[in-house]
Design a protein around this ligand. Structure first.
Ligand SMILES: CC(C)(COP(=O)(O)OP(=O)(O)OC[C@H]1O[C@@H](n2cnc3c(N)ncnc32)[C@H](O)[C@@H]1OP(=O)(O)O)[C@@H](O)C(=O)NCCC(=O)NCCS
Length: 137
């Protein structure tokens, strides 16, 4: 399959939004998607970008499918960027029930830190984040 991996551009934001919705729906979290493609574009392609993104592009007549090496190619490009910038690891958050994705990360060589060392992914958001930011002690 012909697939190129390239840096995302502002013009990709509608597609990126589609993928964000798709993965949110897969996790039954569609109600939690608050962002839209305008905000995504401003956040990623303004003067002080919050994030960077790579996209995999397939030849127009081919439909993207799982299990054809696209995920691995994307991850390999992210790994190259990470090493070039002096990073020593990549971290992912995976739902416990998503055994296929967990198996996939493992076969890339990743270690499940919850299983191996009891580390949990801890998140501070919503009201707790607002409360903490407003606490001036
Ligand atoms: C998980 C996901 C990102 C993998 O991407 P993909 O493009 O389907 O995977 P690839 O085709 O690049 O897989 C490459 C290698 O992994 C192997 N592989 C694929 N699925 C696997 C699985 N479930 N378990 C173990 N190995 C797997 C392939 O055989 C291939 O091995 P090889 O390089 O030795 O030939 C993709 O299937 C996906 O989007 N899944 C649904 C959403 C999801 O769960 N995302 C992750 C959320 S944390």
């Amino acid at each position: 399959m012909e697939c190129i991996v390239r840096p995302a551009q502002s013009a990709d934001c509608d597609h990126l939004m589609g993928m964000i919705r798709e993965i949110a729906e897969y996790h039954n979290l569609l109600d939690e998607v608050k962002i839209n493609s305008q905000v995504l574009s401003a956040d990623g392609f303004g003067g002080d970008p919050f994030y960077q993104c790579l996209v995999a592009e397939l030849a127009p007549e081919q439909e993207g499918k799982q299990g054809q090496g696209i995920g691995k190619k994307l991850m390999s490009e992210v790994a190259k960027l990470a090493l070039a910038r002096g990073c020593v690891e990549m971290k992912f958050t995976v739902a416990e029930w998503n055994v296929r994705a967990l198996a996939w990360y493992r076969q890339l060589g990743a270690q499940d830190k919850t299983e191996a060392g009891g580390w949990h992914c801890v998140e501070l958001g919503g009201e707790a984040l607002q409360r903490l930011a407003g606490d001036r002690r």
